[in-house]
Ligand binder design. Structure first.
Ligand code: SAT
Ligand code: MN
Length: 593
């Protein structure tokens, strides 16, 4: 029972504003999940997959206009523009609220309004934060059940007075009498708004039913709003995987890693180590909340309870643990349907089946030019389905190393360590991927920078964000802070990728962990510490000395160009380039001259 007055009043306010036909309070139990899932199947919105092949799993197909996050319709709405900073779309809250209230007015007509109390992070943990999502999408309710901890346990905390983030979501498709409900209702692009009000810890999302636009606990709360809370409260909300590693001596260490999209973050979070005696276990694949505790060390939790992963490209070869995780209890969106009621996507098997139903719901035959799955097709699976989930995945874990990375076919070596924490912040600020798109793009070969993999997720001014990272140093001592590394699995020569990647990345992780113990396993270069080859584990790996040399090469001329490119890129900060970045860039230059 919801007793908290703030929540009760808010539900009443939204009921009056959006005018749904009924209200359903989410209890977070299996029975309610199954009831709603069955309703979705009988109304034709979802397809139940063959229970013998894919138990307890659903397939949804979205509207072709609603297939991914829409960054250009994502807003940080504050009183002053400078609080959103140069990397966010800003509309003043005074201007945005009336526009959105107008859209919300009657927007849930003919629909059920779900009230979903949820916890990001284990229920009751000090680091966790609560939210309540009000939504008119059953798809969102079902996904939130997997991606977060929901229901009565959370209501209980709110009843006891814990604060929560108000998250309002409507697909933006009110039903008038006699109107047919489409399978995937949503609003046209110009009416979509994914709005964040960090000054009030509030999220208003309108017009999209897909992923991060609609599952408001994820990018909206756990990154944008949380990053702003974290700045005020002295912690970090980051776009990072969390991985537990045990070496052959049975010593356990934890690392986090931030990578732009399409760099294999989920694969690394579920790595199968290729060298004997090493064990890797998953804690999280997307978001890490990190706090410095009384012992001076930085601890991380995964605020999520599930994986919302990209299906295409996921295979037994690239990520067997993800394949196991999606074997049951999963919601698929925009993958293809097989004749026997199972799912298929690009790379799931080498050969596509002869016949599929594509993500539009049409027949697809092998050899057809179109793709049967959408490139951003997704699976939603509980963390507990992952066969290598760490048993202590709900505990805050001490972080020894933070990895930054990107896709850089040239310039950046396989791995290097920052000289210290501030130099590590510099590495985070310059990360990014080279543009190699299949489409014609005049920027091909240039680097698209994505600082800390947080470009679309920093809920405030990026200059303040960098300064906030730097302030972590004042909370503890340099030796207790995680060591910072830049990895690049994607360096190429004329024959293609130089590094085998996947399970062999454990060799790099091994070197990194030895570095966190200050082992003398390095050589110094102008950009940071590189592996000394005497201490880099290449056992049973078929790779030539030439390729290794190329992988670790730091070429002065190439780096002088890189420095120019960074200087150019730093113009986004205008007059507010953080001092730490100015200092580190100037030190880097000096080390080359
Ligand atoms: O759609 S989500 O934002 O949840 C996933 C992603 O874009 O990384
Ligand atoms: Mn992500």
């Amino acid at each position: 029972m919801i007793k908290n007055k703030i929540l009760r009043d808010w539900i009443e306010e939204i009921n009056t504003l959006c005018q749904p036909k009924e209200i359903v309070i989410w209890h977070g139990n299996e029975e309610q999940y199954q009831t709603i899932a069955d309703q979705e199947v009988s109304s034709g919105k979802a397809i139940r997959l063959n229970p013998e092949l894919r138990p307890n799993s659903l397939l949804y197909r979205s509207d072709p206009s609603d297939v991914a996050r829409v960054e250009k319709r994502t807003f940080i709405s504050t009183k002053k523009e400078e609080n959103a900073g140069p990397t966010n779309n800003w509309i003043s809250s005074d201007e945005l609220k009336p526009i959105m209230l107008d859209l919300y007015s009657g927007s849930m007509r003919g629909r059920t309004m779900y009230v979903i109390p949820f916890s990001m992070g284990p229920v009751g943990l000090e680091m966790s934060r609560l939210g309540v999502e009000i939504t008119d999408s059953a798809y969102v309710a079902l996904n939130m059940q997997i991606m977060t901890r929901t229901g009565d346990e959370v209501t209980e905390l709110i009843n006891n007075g814990q604060s929560f983030v108000k998250c309002l979501h409507s697909v933006g498709y009110p039903l008038q009498a006699g109107m047919e409900d489409p399978k995937w209702p949503c609003a046209p692009i110009e009416k979509k708004y994914i709005s964040h009000f960090p000054e009030e810890n509030m999220i208003w999302s309108y017009g999209s039913g897909y992923g991060g636009n609609a599952l408001l606990g994820k990018k909206c709360l756990a990154l944008r709003i949380a990053s702003s809370m974290a700045q005020k409260e002295g912690w970090l909300a980051e776009h990072m995987l969390i991985l537990k590693l045990t070496n052959p001596e049975n010593e356990v260490k934890y690392i986090t890693g931030a990578f732009p999209s399409a760099c294999g973050k989920t694969n690394l979070a579920m790595i199968n180590p290729s060298i004997d005696g090493w064990k890797a276990e998953t804690i999280g694949d997307d978001i890490a909340w990190m706090h410095i505790k009384d012992d001076g060390k930085m601890y991380a939790i995964n605020p999520e309870a599930g994986f919302f992963g990209v299906a295409p490209g996921t295979s037994k070869k690239s990520n067997p643990n993800a394949i196991a995780a999606v074997s049951k209890d999963t919601i698929f969106t925009n993958v293809a349907l097989t004749d026997d009621g199972d799912v298929w996507w690009k790379d799931l098997s080498k050969e596509a089946p002869d016949h599929l139903i594509d993500w539009h719901g049409n027949d697809w035959y092998k050899g057809d030019e179109s793709r049967p799955d959408h490139p951003n097709a997704r699976f939603t699976s509980p963390l507990t389905n992952c066969p290598i989930l760490a048993e202590n995945y709900e505990e805050p874990v001490p972080i020894s190393a933070i990895l930054f990375g990107g896709r850089r076919p040239t310039t950046i070596p396989l791995v290097h360590q920052s000289f210290d924490f501030e130099h590590g912040i510099f590495l985070g600020s310059i990360m990014g991927s080279e543009i190699t798109a299949a489409t014609i793009d005049e920027n091909i070969g240039k680097v698209r920078r994505d600082p800390f993999a947080m470009l679309p997720f920093i809920g405030y001014n990026i200059s303040d964000y960098i300064n906030h990272w730097q302030s972590m140093k004042e909370k503890t001592t340099e030796d207790l802070l995680p060591k910072i590394f830049y990895v690049n699995w994607f360096r190429k020569d004329e024959d293609g990728f130089l590094w085998p990647g996947f399970g062999d990345n454990i060799r790099v992780l091994k070197w990194i962990l030895e570095r966190t113990e200050n082992k003398e396993n390095y050589q110094t270069s102008p950009i940071g510490y590189l592996p000394s080859l005497d201490y880099f584990d290449l056992s049973n790996l078929d790779i030539s000395q030439d390729k290794i040399d190329e992988l670790l090469k730091v070429d002065k001329d190439v780096w002088l160009d890189e420095i120019k490119s960074i200087e150019n890129y730093y113009h986004i900060y205008g007059d507010h380039l953080p001092r730490v970045l100015k200092k580190e860039l100037s030190n880097l230059k000096k080390r080359f001259i």
